[in-house]
Ligand binder design. Sequence first.
Ligand code: AP5
Length: 214
Amino acid sequence: MNILLFGPPGSGKGTQSSLLVERLGMKHISTGDLFRSAVKNKTKLGLEAKKYLDQGRLVPDTVTINMVEEVLFDMPKGSFILDGFPRNVSQAEALVGLLGKAKKNLDKALFLEVPTEDLVSRLSGRRTCRSCGAVYHVSGKPLKNGKTCDQCDSSDVYQREDDKPEAIRTRLKVYADSTSPLKDYYQKKGILVEIDGTGREEEVFKRIQSKIKA
Ligand code: AP5
């Protein structure tokens, strides 16, 4: 079962992907994580992508599509989750070609639905471990000891530049203009599954799991 997890920024795509990886052994392809890793390592891709990420704008399609193509071709067998790609209809069209070339298919497109006011508080309170990528929230999921990452003990737990108010506003607008039309796109393809993304992480996970099994 290969799935696409999409939804507005802060809807819980990364959180739910981690649970799917941990419990169902799925492979996770997150374009946001790939770009952040390139930025951290100061690669050519990272230097090009950084300004877009910091401002909450989309990295140009050609750059993004080429990056995903490499990952799909290098990926070992097994079920995968696409998180953060595609982000607009032209990326979705490109994905059809990439999957065909890689002889893989997409079974379901799961849309995580969360009200905008919840998104803003989730994003503005999010903290991320720079070392292992673990995700926290200042009130909803704080660090257990208040100082270091629960998973890797790094003290470098930071607020993403794009989780600051101006970038959040841009990301929500980019989502509304470019990404939300994907709902119609996948509805027409007959693979759209809508999931209520509110409630505790575990509750959302159970809803996802039941849709994957269905
Ligand atoms: P990306 O990292 O993909 O950002 P995003 O889509 O905006 O998603 P987020 O990572 O912000 O949120 P999420 O839905 O994963 O939520 P999370 O689980 O962390 O992309 C970043 C940037 O990269 C883009 O802006 C763009 O520049 C570039 N990019 C990426 N893909 C691209 C593409 N295809 N084309 C072009 N550019 C691209 O949760 C958020 C918070 O909520 C956390 O604090 C978490 O603890 C909390 N939370 C999670 N679940 C719950 C719950 N059920 N209840 C309460 N709190 C919860």
